[in-house]
Design a protein around this ligand. Structure first.
Ligand SMILES: [Zn+2]
Ligand SMILES: [Zn+2]
Length: 814
């Protein structure tokens, strides 16, 4: 018998699969009546900034098991791969390595592709794409132009988050606790002309239609809901008489309007300079605006932080009381929430209260608990309670709070000073970046025509070469004069190209559509094909993408649906977040020096052993600790499987037994593994189930049914360890296991082990019935209650407690 040599076997089968294009899946032909049932299995595409790490190995091996399982269950499976190769991760890697981003990125891609192929993943390599290739980004530009035409892409001067380290603007979503999500640097505030996608126009639909996805982790749905953050309330107009300006304010508590005693603008609000222009307050206010611009959102929202602010010398009119209230500027008001201005209700809002205390502003109590508090309300802060009524609120005094809120808004609505409104936390998506390595934005600035889109037939606008691509605070593309100066597509006069590039999240907002039609050079994709393959049946990736990527991809799909480019509204039906792989107690990372390189493990133990171990470590959604002894255990298991299968195969005319314990065990294993993978979405226990079967087989390889048990073990382990399984399948005299239908358990052969269930009432035996070992505790209790003798004993009395000893008894306590 040959010994198990994973290196030889794995490379051999990988060559066979490549030659036979085993994992290439064809698109349905036009007019094909009944295309095969499809499954689209997709893992989030990697940033090519170095080597694959164990997290990737877990993610893609999981997708691989699902792919094989679905293929062998008769589905036409689309399982593509690509690289998110534009953007900060790739560019920063290039800067670290001192090369051009294109070179280092393409080296990384070649390396990652080699690693993926060495792991034997069932990928349709004919659909491979890289977002930095012009064949791809040409269509990113084309889609941008469709959003521009639809009024969903626009440019405006805005207060932005700036990463001083990456020298670029960040989306709100890229700021985590006041720090850059990419590099951890403290984020600064800046005011810049920026490109935005109007995600807010889809806020309602992004929120409501999340109900239409299939299975998503509750946590991710909660994060999306919270991020979109819908709240019911009203928009109230405060008038600044002196300047003849109306300022809208969003509030969720219009019932407290009579208690608004001051007004606050965020420092970045565009009206602030106008308020103080030419007044004695100008210098002080503008100085405050400058000082606070650098503070992070996190800092500003910190309730512990002492409030700061300046008076503007102006007053706004409270539309409910008609009183002028002083206008302040303070950084506890954020531009990105509501309208960037608030009415301060210090008696009923904690932060307004802290601000009023600090600057001696008046308090007015306007709601009190419905019960009690009959005494004259004191002028102090009082938190909201569930059941409140209005006081000090003119004709509305005495009303219950919700009723009062409605009445006040209706009353002001008549005077055009309020309207019911829904507020969202979601902001528009700022997607332009002052960096080199990204998709050029296809517009030309013309002195006469303004912003002019580059015509479709002139796409792609190629990313040019520049002398120095490192970030210096101004877009590197602006340094290439020859590229920058072009005639205006509309009037022909010299204009200037957009020198900023798109955030990489734009690239990844539609890549899953391109996979369906990757070589189309007349359109980003054919609608018929995306309508066939999409929505993605199973999407797999890290939980850290819960807001940005998933929100942006959903936004793109909804827009493209509205534009008639595709026929569905949600891109991903099922979503799964894998856990992380730790080593020595922490997540593997280069900076911690606790990385176990996949290449080294493959060289030592083979890809099959690594694939098995990465899923055997524990439940795939949980964090797990890497152990060298664990992968060694997998190697021992594969060696045992190898030996037993060879022994079975060597037995001439081996039995065709259809009965016996080994046959029963094999059918049980089929049932367990299929249920775990197919229904429960559990991937570690199937490996233990096959190990048990192999142990059973090893006890006597000449037992009746040994051949069936060997074939079953090989067949069931195939999605995990496809190379050795294929090799052993041929040892057993068959061909191409990966194309064989998934085995089906014969129900009649499943072992139904039974036992005598003792049924007690108050500890006294009243009945005995035969029950099956695989019945649940609930089923056993049901059985007990169904016994006529027990029913007679209970005599209508209520069962207070049930005690179940599995495999033995049920005791009903009355
Ligand atoms: Zn940064
Ligand atoms: Zn022009």
């Amino acid at each position: 018998m040959e010994t198990y040599d994973p290196q030889a076997i794995e490379v051999k089968w990988q060559r066979v699969w490549a030659d036979e294009r085993a994992f290439s899946v064809s698109n349905p032909e036009p007019g094909e009546a009944q295309p095969r049932e499809k499954a689209y299995v997709l893992e989030m595409l990697p940033y090519p900034s170095g080597d694959l790490h164990m997290g990737h190995v877990l993610n893609y091996t999981l997708g691989d098991v699902i792919t094989h399982y679905r293929r062998r269950n008769g589905y036409s499976v689309l399982r593509p791969m690509g690289y998110d190769s534009f953007g900060l991760p790739a560019e920063n890697a290039a800067i670290r390595q001192g090369g051009h981003p294109r070179e280092t990125t393409e080296q990384s891609i070649a390396n990652i592709r080699r690693q993926m192929q060495r792991l034997g993943w069932a990928i349709d390599w004919e659909r491979e794409l890289s977002t930095h290739q012009f064949e791809y980004y040409r269509w990113t530009q084309w889609l941008f132009l469709r959003l521009l035409e639809a009024g969903l892409a626009y440019r405006k001067k805005a207060a932005v988050k700036w990463c001083p380290n990456d020298q670029t603007v960040l989306a709100n979503e890229q700021v985590v606790d006041g720090r850059c999500e990419r590099c951890g640097a403290e984020v600064e505030g800046k005011k810049l002309e920026q490109w935005f996608f109007k995600t807010t126009a889809y806020a309602d639909r992004l929120l409501d239609e999340i109900e239409d996805v299939g299975y998503w982790p509750d946590r991710v749905i909660a994060i999306q809901r919270n991020w979109i953050g819908r709240s019911e309330g009203a928009e109230i107009i405060f008038r600044i008489e002196e300047l003849d300006i109306d300022v809208p304010v969003f509030t969720t508590r219009p019932d407290t309007l009579f208690g608004a005693t001051f007004f606050v603008f965020a420092p970045e609000h565009e009206l602030v300079p106008k308020l103080v222009q030419g007044t004695e307050h100008e210098e002080e206010v503008l100085d405050y605006v400058r000082r606070t611009a650098a503070a992070s959102t996190f800092e500003r929202m910190d309730p512990e932080k002492e409030k700061t602010g300046v008076f503007t010398g102006r007053y706004a009119t409270n539309p409910a009381t008609g009183e002028p209230i002083p206008i302040w500027v303070s950084d506890y008001v954020l531009l990105e929430y509501g309208t960037g201005a608030i009415s301060g209700v210090p008696a009923h809002d904690e932060r307004d209260f802290a601000f009023a205390q600090r600057f001696g502003l008046p308090l007015r109590t306007v709601v009190v608990p419905a019960e009690g508090a009959e005494s004259e309300p004191e002028e102090v802060f009082s938190a909201h309670t569930g059941d409140e009524r209005l006081v000090n609120s003119g004709q509305f005094s005495g009303m219950a709070a919700p009723e009062g809120a409605r009445a006040i808004v209706e009353w002001l609505e008549g005077r055009q000073a309020a309207r019911f409104a829904v507020g969202f936390r979601l902001r528009d998506w700022g997607f332009s970046r002052q960096r080199y390595w990204g998709c050029p934005i296809p517009v030309v600035y013309c002195g006469a025509c303004g912003i002019v889109p580059v015509p479709d037939d002139e796409l792609p606008v190629l990313l040019p070469e520049v002398e120095d691509y490192t970030p210096r605070g101004k877009p590197p593309l602006a340094t290439n004069e020859e590229w920058l100066r072009v005639p205006c597509p509309r009037c022909g006069v010299e204009g200037r190209r957009e020198a900023e590039t798109m955030d990489t999240f734009v690239d990844s907002s539609w890549y899953f559509l391109r996979y369906c039609d990757p070589h189309n050079d007349g359109a980003p994709f054919e609608r018929r094909l995306v309508d066939y393959w999409l929505p993605v049946d199973q999407y797999i990736g890290g939980a850290e993408h819960a807001t940005m990527h998933l929100l942006y991809a959903r936004f793109f799909v909804k827009v493209l649906n509205d534009l008639g480019l595709l026929g569905f509204r949600e891109p991903f039906m099922r979503l799964f977040n894998q856990g992380s792989i730790n080593f020595r107690g922490a997540r593997m990372s280069k900076s911690r020096g606790n990385v176990v390189p996949p290449d080294e493990m493959i060289a030592r133990h083979g890809a099959d052993a690594l694939r098995l171990y990465i899923l055997f470590m524990g439940p795939v959604d949980q964090d797990k600790e890497w152990q060298d002894t664990g992968i060694e255990g997998m190697v021992r298991f594969l060696n045992r499987l190898w030996r037993f299968v060879h022994e079975v195969a060597a037995r001439e005319g081996a039995d065709e037994a259809e009965e016996g314990p080994l046959v029963r065990k094999a059918h049980e294993t089929i049932a367990r593994v299929s249920d775990d993978i197919g229904r429960r979405f559990v991937f570690n226990t199937p490996i233990s189930a096959v190990m048990e079967l192999v142990n059973e087989l090893g006890r006597d390889v000449s037992a009746p049914g040994a051949r069936f048990a060997a074939e079953t073990a090989v067949s069931l382990i195939q999605p995990y360890a496809p190379h050795v399984a294929e090799e052993l399948w041929s040892t057993l005299g068959h061909e191409r296991l990966l194309e064989r239908p998934w085995p089906v358990a014969d129900e009649s052969k499943l072992a139904r082990e039974t036992f005598e269930l003792v049924i007690q009432v108050n500890g006294k035996v009243r009945d005995r019935v035969e029950a099956s070992m695989d019945e649940s505790e609930e089923q056993l209790v049901e059985r007990a209650l169904a016994s006529p003798r027990v029913e007679a004993q209970l005599d209508g009395r209520e069962v207070r407690q049930t005690i179940v000893v599995p495999g033995r008894l049920v005791n009903l306590v009355v």
